[in-house]
Write a protein that binds this ligand. Structure first.
Ligand code: AMP
Length: 565
């Protein structure tokens, strides 16, 4: 064992050296009549054979409209069956699927379509308050009169056409059903010939990562990256053909399309989508009624499920395992998920879009303590290390930046060599920007984002530590700690708090409770009670937004206060 914070994952099982299309066809052959996909909000069910037929039809439709190998095809839609079908259809023809965040508005949509040079876009009719078709017609007035496939727009010169998932889309859009009908123009052999040309190292997916950081960058991932990551995540969970996985996380994010869809395809497990976007009640009902064995979610989703007033109406005893990931997984929430959601084998995964995403994961045989307090050990065929500001590997136990290397690391950011060089060093290490420490046995604990660390009066304060602490207060359902600028101390601590339904506590009571339990310099200067945190669609808390809000509110308060004479 090394005394330095550097570990290598196991070398087994071997990596899959196939394309996504081959892995998908293999699942279709092996599991033919078993359940592949259940989409509850569309009331759809597919066996593997039926899903295979739907995917091939879509792939031939895309070939018929002229999609070339390597061309980018965007998808702008909340979770639905067509998302899954498009994922595997594009993979089979070697088109690079570009995941567009369903919450994007016009300027963000234009940015990602232009930056990736999409030749086709598949879009839903609408999502929440976004009318996608109206937005597209505003962005591309030429679309209204165009023959699908012959769009010529000065704003998006690469874009040829838009496929709409609406039942009766306006003129200019190609209906999804019409795309499927065009499959008849292309013989199955043509599709097989295209698939045979593909190799696992080719790019197959671009995911724009932004959310907590701001400006979106297109992480470009190969078959080899994401197929293997889905496979290894499923291996860690022990998924098999009898498992049924509820996927309430968005498909546009790697949690849904890699850990969810590819995790299931590589193990013959059933994919279950409860709703178009996360809804606690629909998720609980999906688990109970589909007799699910596994459930995925980010911490805020699990908190919503645990606190749901009608949770008791649903029999969740069928659950065995699942994953909590995507953000700090509070210890208290993990304990409750094990005890109250029956997920005895739940695991924590850690990663980021740029690393396919998962690079560390707890295992079924880890002790309960490690399974709730750490993000586990390095995944097979990967390396992790923790470096100091000077780039040197730190001794075990010291806090520094976590870096990942191996098959899962992205090819780069799309058309952005500078951004790529800033994230990936010359030795292939992806610099995560997360602060972490590694123990003697190689278990890693995430301390926070390096830019979220608060320096108050010269003391380093890790928000994660304070969040875990406030979680132990019986009235607190969720808590986020941020730093805001302060003239005297450099930074001051603000705690945003959500109480459990029907509970609360006054600020003086919270302070009294905390005073005897934490060092005085860690005491938040301000508490803010909220019902919701500002979130990305993937359920990540946007700390930069919280900082902006707190700074503005405190400024307004100061201005309203009478001047002391
Ligand atoms: P994304 O690329 O959207 O998946 O975001 C990646 C970021 O999410 C990481 O850099 C971490 O900051 C955070 N993250 C993901 N999983 C975890 C975890 N298990 N614990 C703490 N933070 C996490």
């Amino acid at each position: 064992m090394s005394s330095l914070s550097h570990t290598q994952g196991r070398q087994d099982p071997p990596l899959l050296e196939t394309t996504i299309g081959e892995a998908f066809d293999d699942a279709v052959r092996r599991h033919a009549d078993r359940n592949a996909l259940r989409v509850r909000h569309q009331d759809l069910r597919y066996s593997w054979r039926q899903l295979g037929e739907a995917v091939d039809r879509c792939a031939r439709g895309l070939l018929a409209v002229g999609v070339e190998q390597g061309q980018r095809v965007g998808i702008w839609s909340p979770n639905c069956a067509e998302w899954c079908i498009a994922q595997f259809a594009t993979a089979k023809i070697g088109a690079v699927l570009v995941n567009v965040n369903p919450a994007y508005r016009l300027s963000e949509l234009e940015y990602v379509l232009a930056q990736s040079g999409c030749s086709w876009l598949i879009c839903a009719e609408s999502f929440k308050t976004s009318d996608y078709q109206a937005m597209l017609l505003e962005l591309l007035p030429e679309l209204a009169g165009c023959v699908p496939g012959e769009l010529a727009s000065p704003r998006l010169p690469a874009l040829r056409g838009v496929v709409s998932l609406a039942e009766a889309p306006p003129a200019g859009f190609l209906a999804w059903s019409a795309l499927q009908a065009r499959a008849d123009e292309v013989a199955p052999d043509v599709l097989a010939a295209r698939s045979a040309q593909l190799v696992p190292e080719q790019p197959i997916n671009i995911q724009y990562t932004s959310g907590t950081t701001g400006f979106p960058k297109g992480a470009t991932l190969s078959h080899r990256n994401i197929l293997n990551n889905g496979y290894m995540v499923g291996e860690s969970l022990g998924l098999g053909a009898d498992d049924r996985l509820v996927i309430p996380v968005p498909l546009y994010h790697c949690f849904g399309m890699v850990m969810g869809n590819l995790g299931c395809v590589t193990h013959g497990s059933t994919m279950i989508y409860p709703a178009s976007a996360f809804e606690p009640e629909a998720t609980l009902a999906a688990v109970a009624e589909e007799r699910a064995t596994a459930l995925y979610g980010v911490p805020t989703m699990f908190i919503a499920l645990l606190d749901h007033p009608r949770r008791g109406d649903h029999d969740l005893s069928c659950l065995r395992t699942g994953i909590m990931a995507g953000a700090t997984c509070p210890i208290e929430v993990m304990r409750r998920v094990i005890a109250e959601l029956h997920m005895a084998e739940v695991q924590i995964a850690y990663g980021m879009t740029e690393t396919s995403p998962v690079s560390l994961q707890t295992g079924a045989d880890d002790t309960l303590d490690l399974r709730v307090t750490s993000v586990g050990r390095t995944q097979p065929h990967l390396e992790s290390r923790i470096v100091g500001r000077d780039g040197a590997v730190l001794p075990r136990g010291e806090v520094g930046e976590l870096c990942t290397r191996g098959y899962s690391v992205m090819l780069g950011y799309w058309n952005d060599p500078e951004g790529t060089a800033a994230a990936l060093d010359g030795e292939g290490w992806m610099h995560t920007g997360d602060l972490a420490q590694m123990d003697a046995d190689g278990y890693v604990r995430i301390v926070g984002r390096s830019k979220d660390m608060i320096i108050r009066g010269g003391e380093n304060i890790y928000p994660r530590e304070l969040e875990e602490f406030f979680f132990t207060h019986p009235a607190i359902a969720d808590v986020q700690v941020i730093g805001i600028p302060d003239e005297k101390y450099g930074e001051e601590i603000v705690a945003w708090i959500k109480f459990h339904p029907g509970h609360d506590a006054s600020e003086p009571a919270l302070r009294d409770w905390a005073r005897t339990r934490i060092a005085h310099f860690k005491m938040p200067r301000h508490f803010k009670v909220v019902d919701e945190f500002p979130m990305t669609v993937t359920g990540k808390v946007q700390k930069f937004r919280m900082r902006e809000i707190s700074v503005a509110e405190l400024q307004a308060q100061r201005e309203a206060e009478p001047a002391v004479s």
